[in-house]
Design a binder for this molecule. Structure first.
Ligand SMILES: [Zn+2]
Length: 455
């Protein structure tokens, strides 16, 4: 069985799948209606845009009076804008939503348009990029005044601009870009864990994206698969992106706090002068640590570090010198930290195994893989790189990742090993960090105050 990331998230965080699907479905429906409305609206607004030059030339420049006094005939209005304005007002757009695996060639065939027309469009570099790299769910609109004739094409260049491409009878292309004003609004939500991060996050008004981002930001400190407790509390300040007054999607988390089993964690988004974005705690220490809490996303901890465990396959008492995470075969396994592959191959009992050397005497081991990633022996890997996939090779009762953590050759419990706190930002950067995050710090305090008052 193949489970997508979201499926796994829902599963391990205890969300009722039906509930989540409802939310996602509603969001998709919203987007659809939104696009549809814009599709109709833009024909009108593009018409307006096209009218603007005509109006400008009529009211601006030489006043009409001067033309009259010179007794010269008024020049005939340029036929171009008037014709387009008239045609765009009466356009009936045929909207197409790209299906999985569908190419623009398929779309043209379905619409009864000749592949020669598409071929001509593909001579343009930007169009080639846009029309050959299409994804399922994307929408295009076609103006087909009569069978086999493509008069105009409407597509989104990016989320802030829409292009109307007119195909003139003489074979030339004409492009109008409609800039769509984007706004960012800052919202906040606060809640308490009663059922699951997903259910309680949604109750607090957070979107699925914001909840996933929240789990990611605190993922180095909190293991959401097993550390979450009833009564834990979260507060989040985040952005929502609006386009032309309608909600488009969630933006970034600006600040958040999470109280897990009485321990309070905070995170603030910081934009470096070079545009890089990272999250830091209130003292300016990075949220990102040297090692991931789990080298696998949202899996279930199925067996702990235990020196006296009875082996599930052999039945004998054998130390379990690592932890096991049960997950579907094929689930990506990530490098827990930056390092170098010191062993890749098959080990008795462990099946397909990788050992990473992280320097300072620290090594990590990943066993029972179904297959390896793209890295070979000696390769440098970065934290989060996919080094292999979950499997059941070697002695394994089912697909899982067996993960070991060694310091100077001694096995340590990966769930308990601690590291010194990372260094905070340097002084000059720290001042900038505090100035940037001050408003969000105040807002988080306010939200937490409200949270306490509601208790
Ligand atoms: Zn194990």
């Amino acid at each position: 069985m193949r489970i997508d990331t979201r499926g796994r998230v829902r599963q391990s965080l205890g969300l009722v799948v039906g509930q989540c699907r409802r939310a996602v479905g509603a969001a998709a429906g919203g987007r659809h209606r939104h696009w549809y409305a814009l599709g109709l609206g833009s024909a009108v607004s593009l018409g307006m845009l096209l009218l603007v030059p005509t109006l400008a030339s009529a009211v601006g420049g030489e006043p009409r009076a001067s033309i009259e006094t010179t007794a010269m005939p008024l020049p005939p209005p340029s036929p171009q804008p008037d014709r387009s304005a008239a045609s765009s007002a009466s356009v009936e757009w045929t909207q197409v939503t790209i299906a999985p695996g569908q190419t623009m060639g398929d779309v043209f065939t379905d619409l009864g348009l000749s592949s020669r027309v598409l071929h001509e469009l593909l001579q343009d570099r930007e169009l080639k990029q846009r029309l050959t790299r299409i994804r399922a769910g994307e929408r295009f609109a076609f103006d087909i005044p009569e069978e086999g004739v493509l008069r105009a094409l409407l597509y989104d260049r990016d989320e802030a601009s829409r292009v109307r491409l007119a195909l003139n009878p003489d074979g030339t292309l004409e492009q109008d870009v409609l800039e769509r004003p984007m706004q960012r609004r800052v919202l906040s939500g606060t809640g308490r864990i009663t059922r699951s991060l997903f259910a309680d996050g949604e109750d607090a008004g957070l979107s699925v994206q914001v909840i996933l981002e929240l789990a990611k930001v605190f993922g180095y400190d909190i293991d959401f698969a097993q550390d979450l407790r009833e009564g834990d509390a979260f507060s989040v300040v985040y952005e929502e992106v609006y386009r032309e007054g309608e909600r488009l999607r969630s933006g970034d988390i600006l600040a958040a706090s999470f109280v897990n089993q009485g321990r309070r964690f905070t995170a603030y988004r910081y934009v470096f002068p070079d545009g890089r974005v990272e999250y830091f705690d209130a003292e300016g220490r990075p949220m990102k640590k040297g090692f991931l809490r789990m080298p696998i996303e949202f899996a279930r901890l199925s067996s702990r570090f235990n020196p006296n465990r009875r082996h599930p396959v052999l039945g004998t008492v054998r130390a379990h010198r690592g932890v096991d995470y049960a997950a579907a075969t094929g689930t990506p396994i990530m490098a827990a930290g930056d390092g170098r592959i010191s062993f890749i191959g098959t080990q008795r009992g462990y099946g397909r195994t990788i050992i990473l050397d992280h320097g300072n005497g620290i090594t990590t081991l990943y066993a029972h893989m179904s297959r390896f990633g793209r890295f070979g022996r000696g390769a440098r890997v970065r934290q989060g790189d996919v080094i292999g996939h979950v499997g059941a090779t070697g002695l394994a009762s089912g697909p899982h990742l067996h993960y070991e953590f060694r310091i100077k050759g001694v096995h340590r419990d990966p769930l308990k090993v601690t590291f010194p706190k990372p260094q905070p930002l340097p002084q000059t950067e720290l001042a900038r960090f505090h100035a940037q995050t001050q408003p969000w710090l105040a807002r988080i305090d306010l939200l937490e105050g409200r949270q306490l008052a509601a208790r």
